[in-house]
Design a protein around this ligand. Structure first.
Ligand code: FAD
Length: 426
């Protein structure tokens, strides 16, 4: 094999790219990994301390994701700003169907967790500091050329562009991946014609570690338990699906009126909504790539599949895919093969395919079935929710999907993997 500048270039050091770099440093330490990240933050120049803000953006981590972070030796650090979800309550506004999932019924401390995004990023970067991973920031991967053996990656930093040779390029530059388009990967996009409004809210009653998925005639909404140092238990992260017109109208309202509208939609299960923080909004689209690999290139994370956020599956799915890719890279290195070989990358694609197809279908069906107000569909979904409660197999299936343990789990083997039994709230 020709000697390259590095073995792997990861374009994008967001949650997916940084996790991949860390997992490779732990599982295949002989692999030389270079992360190129556009944002000007590096593992060797991190803020001293972390102050969570009221408006901190968060991600619902499934139980299966906790297990992966435990294997990476990251969970003990990460759990400091992760709120457990012990119960999930799924209901339909103004109708009789409802189902409840309880972690205890599944013999677990939690069904999942809500973790601050910025905190997750900092934990990943702190851990990367003790590895051999090269981190280049701010810099951007702007192009890639296939070579007889490996790839040539063009990296722009300020005015200068330089070339790096590698066995493989992993594209982890997010949902609006410019690189995916530059390299000519075909995407399929379904526009739901709606937006997700994201905000943190305060409630008079404690969430008592409940997550709520509520289906309304205007679309689904989720309230997830979220940490707050000043009033623990009284803050939740809101994901609210709205049509474009309603969104504009809502954003123009003062905060008290926003809380009132939310109250009408969600009801009183958490008491009165007393505060709503900064409102961010995102157009709801499902974007997938049928062929996420080519010789020398693989797409991961949101660059490969960007899902509707209401089911909270996007990063969890990405994480399972990353572990599958790590497993294939480890096998390739052990066998003396190039990590950019099409056979290696195809195997990753094949192993991850069933999981991503099922997860995409699960997220999509939540919107298509539960986001409809047409009477037959509304009745069908009520029957579905009641059915979930009555048919143990159906509820178990739903719970496994929500916990992110329905798909194939790639096991990784390295010295810092931990296998302790969890305790409540740890
Ligand atoms: C509103 C919302 C709520 C969500 N909630 C959940 C949830 O509850 N649970 C869940 O599992 N998932 C959730 N997701 C999905 C989750 O946020 C993503 O799956 C996750 O952030 C993975 O991101 P990524 O690393 O692929 O991309 P990003 O986080 O977008 O990172 C991409 C990185 O690439 C860098 N970059 C861009 N271009 C280049 C380039 N050319 N060269 C180098 N670097 C580049 C960017 O600076 C960025 O740091 C949600 C998504 C949204 C939009």
């Amino acid at each position: 094999m020709t000697r390259t500048d590095t073995d792997l270039v990861i374009a994008g050091g967001g949650l997916a790219g940084a996790t991949l770099a860390l997992a490779l440093a732990k599982v295949v330490p002989s692999l030389r990994v270079t992360v190129v990240e556009a944002f000007p933050l590096s593992p060797d120049a991190l803020p001293e301390s972390y102050q969570p803000s009221y408006d901190a953006r968060s991600t619902a981590l499934a139980w299966g994701s906790r297990l992966i972070f435990e294997q990476l030796g990251l969970w003990s650090r990460l759990s400091a700003h992760a709120t457990p979800i012990e119960h999930i309550h799924v209901s339909d506004r103004g109708r009789f169907g409802a189902t409840r999932l309880h972690a205890a019924e599944h013999g677990q401390a939690a069904l999942g967790y809500v973790a601050d995004n910025r905190w997750m990023g900092l934990c990943l970067m702190r851990e990367l500091l003790d590895t051999g991973v090269q981190w280049e920031a701010p810099a951007e991967v702007v192009d890639m050329t296939p070579l007889a053996e490996g790839v040539r990656v063009s990296v722009r930093s300020g005015e200068a562009t330089r070339e790096l040779t590698a066995q493989c390029l992993v594209v982890a530059d997010g949902g609006r991946s410019g690189l995916r388009d530059t390299l000519g990967f075909q995407t399929r996009t379904h526009d739901y014609g709606q937006h997700a409004l994201i905000a943190n809210v305060s409630t008079a009653d404690s969430h008592r570690f409940h997550a709520f998925e509520r289906f309304t005639d205007a679309g689904p909404m989720a309230l997830l338990p979220h940490g707050s140092a000043s009033r623990p238990g009284h803050q939740s992260a809101l994901v609210w699906t709205l049509t474009n017109e309603v969104l504009d109208e809502l954003l123009a309202l003062p905060d008290d009126d926003k809380c009132r509208r939310l109250q009408e939609r969600f009801g009183w299960r958490l008491g009165r909504f007393t505060r709503i923080g900064a409102c961010n909004h995102y157009p709801l689209k499902l974007t997938t790539v049928d062929e996420p690999v080519r010789t020398g290139v693989a797409l991961v994370g949101n660059a490969a599949h960007a899902l509707h956020p209401v089911a909270g599956q996007g990063f969890n799915l990405a994480l399972r895919g990353l572990m599958t890719l790590v497993e294939q890279f480890r096998l390739a290195v052990a066998q003396g093969a190039s990590i950019g070989d099409l056979a290696v990358l195809r195997r990753y694609q094949t192993l991850h395919q069933q999981d991503w197809q099922q997860t995409v279908q699960f997220s999509d069906s939540l919107i298509r079935i539960f986001g409809q107000s047409l009477p037959p569909l509304a009745l069908a979904r009520d029957a579905g929710l009641v059915g979930l409660d009555l048919v143990p197999g159906a509820k178990r299936w739903f719970a496994r999907k929500a916990m992110g343990i329905g798909g194939r789990r790639a096991m990784i083997d390295h010295p810092s993997a931990t296998h302790r039994e969890p305790t409540n709230h740890d």
